[in-house]
Design a protein around this ligand. Structure first.
Ligand code: NAD
Length: 511
């Protein structure tokens, strides 16, 4: 018998997809291009695995999840090397990504049982009932991932879906398929059920095949435009979707902020992964009084950075298409009056972009409205914190955000319309596995990470169990003759001006 390979076994085409190193342009490997038939077969196999996996106790699943985590940790260098070569990010960032992904596997494993514990709730008027909410695995989860964090981002769904008792079929980005294939190979060697975590490879068509397949939920991470196509395809079977989409994250810097810390964090938040993060700092609003000083500090930090090399601060951009978008945003900004303080269009060379700081920007410019996804820091001067909040919320996106301020920090944070906010820090919410991760508006809906991220991959079951029978049974056609009259009285008593309704309202006010 032939043992199945790491990715989906049977492919109905001989076509292959090549993965390239964006720093050098060299081909570093190839993977099959899976068709609809291949994807459907993978989902069918996953369904069998899901049935066995969901029947295990939390403890038994946790043991296998721990083994999986340890096996990945043992291959950390190899995974980081693949991330470095496929995505272009520097070695340190690649290893950081591996570490963060492992943290989520550990967290999801540790929390699954508690997050899915059945809960008793009040039975209200039906006081003779025991009311319980319980959570059950959905079955098979289709995960479609992006190229910017090829391991960390999909793992935010995969780890939580597995820990909740589901099987997973994962379609990585066509730009970074090798990392996923390696993870699938490790999973196949670790889990007793070899079809528990499968990878299907290919470009958009393979992703579309997964969205159309018989999965029980699609967890999609990518652009809003593709997200809409995924929803449309999933709607054929009414398959629920979780959408982790793009962002245009604002940073607000108040007059009383610690400027050194704010500048350092701004530079990291905007430039890590060469700005190709969904939660990158994409626009900065700085109080008038400290604007110039802040810009100076940012520029000083930026000029200390090295671009390129295995251990540089910024690596190559992952795709020439993204370089073109950044160039377009810079040209548009300059044409509309922005000032290039450092970097700029002339500092783009092949897949490398020197970090660029812009001032004099406004919301007529693409760089302040559309996702730039590159190493650009546009800084806008604001006259008040109200103006900063108004501008920060002037976006169709709503993923992450950050605030640097003294007294008003929390108040500003609460006013930002975003799924996540870091106060006196950037991106910290992504490194805290117990915090749910996700956005609003064009940034998507649903949550990965945290207990909410576990329950995303469950179905909710409500159970009403009659504990004792009462003489008056509303759930029967056999009712006393005067029931209509009694009901009128009850409505008044319970919900109108009756003593019981007033007592309940008073209780609500007092407690
Ligand atoms: P993308 O939308 O181009 O592709 C994402 C994935 O969808 C890829 O695997 C791709 O092959 C697949 N795909 C393409 N067409 C498809 C179709 N018709 N049906 C199904 N799948 C299809 O996104 P990208 O360029 O890979 O990633 C960058 C985007 O992802 C940015 O907008 C970024 O902000 C966003 N992102 C969001 C998060 C988050 O958690 N919110 C995290 C990382 C990246």
């Amino acid at each position: 018998m032939v043992r199945r390979m790491a990715t989906v076994a049977t492919t109905t085409t001989t076509e292959r997809l090549t993965s390239y190193n964006p720093s050098t342009g060299e081909a570093i490997g190839s993977v099959p291009i899976h068709t609809q038939a291949d994807v459907d077969a993978a989902v069918a196999r996953a369904r069998v695995a899901a049935t066995s996996w969901s029947a295990l106790s939390f403890g038994a699943r946790a043991e296998e999840m721990v083994a999986f985590r340890k096996a990945l940790a043992a291959h950390a260098d190899e995974l980081a090397e693949l991330l470095h070569r496929e995505n272009g990010k520097p070695e340190l960032e690649a290893l950081t990504e591996v570490m963060m992904a492992l943290g989520h596997i550990q967290h999801a494993t540790a929390r699954a049982e508690a997050a899915m514990a059945p809960r008793r709730v009040s039975a209200g008027l039906l006081a003779n009932f025991r009311a319980t909410i319980s959570y059950h695995p959905l079955g098979v989860i289709g995960v479609i991932g992006p190229w910017n964090y090829p391991l960390f981002t999909p793992m935010g769904s995969i780890a939580y879906a597995l820990a909740a008792g589901n099987a997973v079929v994962w379609k990585p980005s066509e730009l970074t398929p090798l990392v996923a294939t390696k993870v699938a190979e490790i999973a196949q060697k670790t889990f007793a059920l070899t079809d528990l975590l499968q990878v299907v490879t290919g470009a958009g068509a393979t992703g579309a095949a997964l969205a159309k397949s018989a999965v029980d939920k699609i967890s999609f991470t990518g652009s809003a435009a593709t997200g809409k196509r995924v929803m449309l395809a999933a709607s054929e079977r009414l398959t629920p979707v979780l959408m982790e989409l793009g962002g245009k994250d604002p940073m607000v810097v108040a007059e009383d902020a610690d400027l050194d810390k704010a500048a350092e964090a701004c530079v990291y938040g905007a430039l890590t992964n060469a700005g190709q993060a969904c939660i990158s700092v994409e626009r900065v609003y700085v109080a008038d009084a400290i604007h110039d000083k802040f810009v100076d500090k940012v520029v000083e930090n930026v000029r200390a950075l090295r671009v390129g090399g295995d251990d540089g601060h910024l690596g190559a951009m992952t795709s020439p298409a993204q370089v073109a978008i950044v160039k377009d945003h810079l040209e548009d900004a300059v044409a509309k009056g922005a000032k290039v303080v450092t970097g700029g269009v002339d500092a783009i060379s092949g897949n490398y972009i020197q970090p660029t700081v812009l001032t004099g920007v406004d919301h007529h410019m693409k760089v302040m409205r559309d996702e730039t996804f590159g190493p650009v820091i546009p800084i806008q001067r604001v006259g008040s914190l109200d103006e900063a909040v108004k501008l920060a919320n002037d976006t169709s996106y709503g993923l992450g955000s950050s605030v640097f301020a003294g007294k008003a920090a929390r108040t500003i944070a609460n006013r930002l319309r975003a799924g996540m906010t870091s106060v006196n820090s950037v991106m910290a919410f992504a490194g805290i596995p117990s915090l749910p991760f996700g956005g609003v508006g064009d940034s998507g809906f649903g949550r990965i990470h945290g207990d909410e991220g576990i329950r995303e991959f469950t179905r909710i079951k409500s159970t009403a169990e009659q504990v004792v029978a009462l003489p008056l049974n509303m759930l029967s056609f056999r009712q006393p003759k005067d029931m209509t009259k009694r009901l009128r009285g009850m409505i008044k008593q319970l919900y109108g001006e009756g003593v019981m309704a007033r007592a309940a309202d008073l209780w609500r006010k007092l407690t």
